[in-house]
Design a binder for this molecule. Structure first.
Ligand SMILES: Nc1ncnc2c1ncn2[C@@H]1O[C@H](COP(=O)(O)OP(=O)(O)O)[C@@H](O)[C@H]1O
Ligand SMILES: [Mg+2]
Length: 303
């Protein structure tokens, strides 16, 4: 039995009316009201209380990476970070409408729309790399859509800072569909080109409806996954060769053959693509996986 659904929401100082937006293995994200300034926010609360120094370092790293990036127009704004009275760390953020993983459930994106997402998120990554932050988990579920319909990079839970020495990442936390080959090799130092790979795999997935080379919904075994890296990235109907070749370059197995994040941004921006046809408007009626207004998802406050 999943006992977590019966638990009352956490008590986060200054926030009321917490309702679940998304539940993950490590954290739960709630919508809430920030009483002092009268606005709606999102708060991500770790499922586990701090137990070890390592837990604490990991959280401080996420908060600092998110904070350092926060003022970028295509990064989710971070308002505050802290620890609840019972020891669960939390981040208070700008409330977004959902993620591109939610959006993909409605329909794949037109090339011009995927390109626009790419230009904006590549710019956020270029800034991150300049500031010494590697994101390491770029994928559709970690690119949110702001209240204004703009893409915003989120989830710095795997990020590393140039000055920190704790850069190893365990295989279990990787999202294999979007991780570059070098991440599966132990002892590889993370590099900015890893984020470029993941963004290109993400843009390809946004147009295809599933990750590059992925056949099934479920994850392949590690061995067949490693073989996938040697297979070509196929053409996509209606997507220009120029865009596909740029994404293929970004997904090269050779780290140094990939463009930098700023190079990717500039090359994406320079592509001339057909505008989104008026007969196929981008669906705007999509909703997050967990609806904010659905009372069945509302967790009653503790008596
Ligand atoms: N600021 C936010 N506004 C709206 N939804 C959010 C926000 N932050 C996270 N979410 C939702 O919660 C999900 C998980 O958040 P994320 O930070 O990616 O945590 P995890 O580390 O568990 O992946 C996201 O994919 C998105 O659906
Ligand atoms: Mg995430």
């Amino acid at each position: 039995m999943d006992v977590s659904v019966a638990l009352p929401p956490p008590v986060v100082p200054g926030l009321t009316g917490l309702t679940v937006l998304a539940r993950g293995g490590y954290a739960t994200v709630y919508r809430a009201s920030q009483v002092s300034v009268g606005r709606e926010v999102a708060v991500k609360v770790e499922n586990r209380a701090f137990e070890t120094d390592r837990d604490q370092r990991r959280f401080v790293r996420e908060a600092h990476a998110a904070g350092r990036m926060s003022s970028h127009p295509h990064v989710v704004d971070l308002f505050d970070a802290g620890v609840t009275a019972d020891g669960h760390p939390y981040l208070v953020m700008e409330l977004c409408m959902g993620s591109y993983a939610d959006r993909l459930k409605v329909a794949p994106l037109q090339p011009a729309e995927a390109r626009d997402v790419g230009v904006k998120i590549a710019d956020a990554l270029a800034d991150a790399h300049t500031l010494g932050v590697l994101h390491r988990d770029v994928k559709p579920a970690n690119i949110l859509i702001s209240r204004f319909g703009e893409p915003a990079l989120a989830d710095f839970g795997l990020a590393v800072l140039a000055e920190s020495r704790d850069a190893t990442v365990s295989l279990e936390v990787l999202t294999p569909a979007y991780a570059p080959r070098e991440m599966f090799r132990s002892g590889t130092q993370p590099a900015p080109g890893g984020d470029v790979y993941s963004l290109c795999a993400t843009l390809y997935a946004l147009m295809r409806g599933r990750p590059p080379r992925w056949r099934e919904e479920q994850n392949p075994s590690l061995i067949s996954l490693m073989n996938l890296f040697d297979q070509p990235v196929p053409d996509l109907p209606g997507v220009s060769a120029a865009l596909l070749d740029l994404l293929r370059a970004g997904m090269s197995n050779d780290l140094v053959a990939r463009p930098t994040a700023s190079g990717l941004r500039d090359r994406l921006a320079a592509l001339s693509l057909p505008p989104i046809p008026a007969s196929q408007p981008v669906p705007v009626q999509w909703r997050p996986a967990v609806s904010w207004d659905d009372p069945t998802h509302r967790i009653q406050p503790a008596e």
